[in-house]
Design a protein around this ligand. Structure first.
Ligand SMILES: [Zn+2]
Length: 307
């Protein structure tokens, strides 16, 4: 192989990318447009980059590119703010949970295809592409001080945590009885994501759909790519994939939004009645608070010395 040889610090984890490109075509949840998307390998330290092939513009998947977080996470190019990519949260969650540090995601439209409304199709695509280990060491964001955003009854926070990786706790409270109150907690690992979060679908209420459509959103939404709730009832003929699919999806969204930090996070995430907008404000506050975090190359635990 050409190029410089990167010597890894002893015991450091290595960055990962995809082994080969893979593509798919699907519908944008909000735009209703058919979009072609390709996931491709990229160089170490490049991060996740969305590429609007139709506009020849790159948009790095970072918190400081977020322009709208009301319903979905939308990113804009710095040099061309009208060039955007929307609904990045589910693919970002899958990439982060499967430990993909670097990838180039090309699209010929403004929105990531919603596919079945969950993270599972993106996990499938990554599994098909395969994973390649790179020479550069992976860096990690360690939370050192609590950072918290409160809005009415809602809050999100990141706290220091002595354990490895990211521990997550999230609760929701909806008026619709079919959703109600739900809570879920997990230690974010690839295995836990695949088993507990990946297949949880996005959801909305029958009331909200009319308002979204009137606002030009949810144009691509169907019972094939979203759970729709009408008070006590789930309108999807096949019902839910798991009884607490709603809170699990909110956690999936949080995994994707936190991935916009650009580094795996070591700490504890807690949230109640949260959404994309609060998740983004949390990252903005974190990065505006240099004393609250440190970027490190984590080393494996040293072997215990013989007594
Ligand atoms: Zn979502």
């Amino acid at each position: 192989m050409d190029g410089p040889v990167h010597l890894l610090p002893h015991g450091a984890a290595q960055q990962r990318t995809l082994r080969s490109p893979i593509d798919c075509t699907g519908t944008g949840l909000h735009s209703g447009l058919r979009v072609w998307m390709e996931l491709a390998p990229s160089a170490a330290d490049s991060g996740i980059i969305f590429h609007r092939r139709d506009m020849a513009v790159d948009i790095p998947a970072r918190f400081d590119r977020v322009v709208d977080g009301r319903l979905a996470t939308q990113l804009a190019a710095t040099e061309a703010p009208d060039v955007r990519v929307s609904t990045v949260e589910h693919i970002m969650a899958a990439l982060a949970a499967l430990g993909i540090d670097n990838a180039r995601i090309s699209l010929d439209g403004p929105e990531v295809p919603v596919l079945d409304g969950s993270g599972a199709p993106f996990v499938f695509l990554i599994d098909c592409a395969g994973i390649a280990v790179q020479e550069a060491p992976r860096r990690e964001l360690v939370v050192l001080r609590p950072v918290r955003i409160v809005e009415g009854e809602s809050f999100v926070e990141l706290l220091p945590d002595p354990g490895p990786g990211l521990t997550m706790e999230l609760s929701i409270a909806f008026d619709q009885p079919a959703i109600g109150r739900q809570a879920f907690a997990l230690q974010l690992t690839e295995v836990a994501f695949r088993r507990e979060l990946a297949s949880a679908r996005t959801f909305t209420t029958a009331d909200a759909i009319a308002a979204l459509r009137a606002a030009g959103l949810a144009q691509g939404g169907t019972l094939e790519n979203a759970v729709v709730v009408d008070n006590q009832r789930v309108l999807n003929p096949a019902g839910l994939r798991m009884p607490d699919e709603f809170v699990r999806h909110k956690l999936l969204d949080a995994v994707g939004d936190l991935a916009l930090a650009g580094f795996p996070i070591r700490g504890r995430f807690r949230a109640h009645r949260s959404g994309h907008a609060l998740n983004h404000r949390l990252l903005q506050r974190l990065f505006a608070s240099p004393e609250a975090f440190r970027i490190v190359v984590p080393l494996a635990e040293p072997a215990l010395a013989a007594a």
